[in-house]
Write a protein that binds this ligand. Sequence first.
Ligand code: PLP
Length: 506
Amino acid sequence: MVTKKREFGDMPADEFRRHGYEIVDWIANYFEHIEDFPVLSQVGPGWLKQSLPIAAPDQGEDFATVLADMDKLIVPAVTHWNHPSFHGLFATSASSVGIFGEMLAAAFDMKAMLWRTSPASTELEDVVLDWLRQMLGLPEGFEGIIYDTASVSTMHAIAAARERANLRIRDEGMSGRNDLPLMCVYASAHVHSSIDKGVITLGLGLRSLRKIDCNEQFEMIPEKLAAAIEADIAAGHVPICVIPTIGTTSTSSVDPVDLIADICEKYDIWMHVDAAYAGPAAIMPEFRKYFAGWKRAHSIVINPHKWLFTPFDLSVLYCRDLGALKQAFSLVAEYLKTKEQEAVKNGMDYGIQLGRRFRALKLWFVIRYFGVEGMIARLREHCRLARLFASWVQESNDWELLAPVPFALVCFRAVGVGSPHASNGSSHHGLNAIGDDHLNNINEKIMNAINASGEAYLSHTKLSGKFTLRLSIGSIHVEEKHIKKVWDLLNHHLRHSGSSSTTLRT
Ligand code: PLP
């Protein structure tokens, strides 16, 4: 039905209702049939741009036409992050209730800058983040603030650490000053690139970032950290921040946070823990062992949009002293002054953004709908599936595990050809003889073939020069059959990788 447009004002309520119901139906069908779509979009670069008009329509169009174009043009160009066979990067998913939260937040369209412009967002954020703090086993005193991404959370943490160094940077800046020492930031060689970007953004420069060596388990070596700090102090530099990771991006390894905290306390350095990916695992009591020492951090980042069923975006920065962040960022222009400002929390005081989205609503929905036990059950299942997959890798002679599996990420690679006899107890005789370059090629080919098939999506990393396949399990829709499917695909593509057993093993 084509509806005549009003001259002014928004879409009429009855039209909104009709399309709104259609869209909810669309989303419900999408989730029911998501496995009919290729996980990775199969369109080539430029396909969508070429398919769209180069200029905006002069006259408004019927919304039904727009929706039809979404099916025809947008959906083919979608990589389906909500697909249960999405195992690349870190698998994430938007739960249905989280989607409701996004819809309602868009309807309210509040900009949570001041308490008075957004009492609901400001206060709900405090309450929900305190619930989450308790779920994670963090002590009272940690107060949270929501940003869009971990990259931004970490950048704010480093900014607070820089302010704490008392070098008057907020007022005097860094450029043109010759009285400033080099301010050093320390992280492991496996740290996420957002830390590099943080030091770039804050004007510290990449030369201030010390990448500390890791052991064979990809964990930061604390003695090397202490030595780097000592050397920097001896050279007249000022260590301002150490960033251990719980759940690194490549392998989900866990830095020894407790030992690193000892070092930070000894030298009085801000410790920021990057638990963007693995943080939610702290909700499970049996996983708390990986979080020893994180209570001693000055700040911690955790991303509910990664592994807590919350639609992108929602990253939480917990600070032991949120005042440090306020000191770094609070600036109240005349038009933002309110009579209650001393008595309330104004979100704008804690970062570079003025307006902030009402993100707490979706997290509140997610936590209330699933409950703590429901979340634990789902996270636990993901970890069980990861261990199951890892056990298949370990039991096979054709594959090897390349890193421990503390959470729900498996790092592995092909080392042989799946001949009928290969997995019957024969050992990796030829392994040492096979060059890594050759194995790297084969593994890359297998990954590309699976991704091109649209059946599943895997991504990779490089560990000690080895092309490493990463299988991340984190979708709310994932079941054991999906893990089995990707295992079958891997073995199928290994057999068809163009190499024979002899070429691989000689
Ligand atoms: N930290 C870690 C350990 C990550 O794995 C990632 C992303 O995968 C990030 C930070 C950055 O996350 P975001 O996309 O929220 O900035």
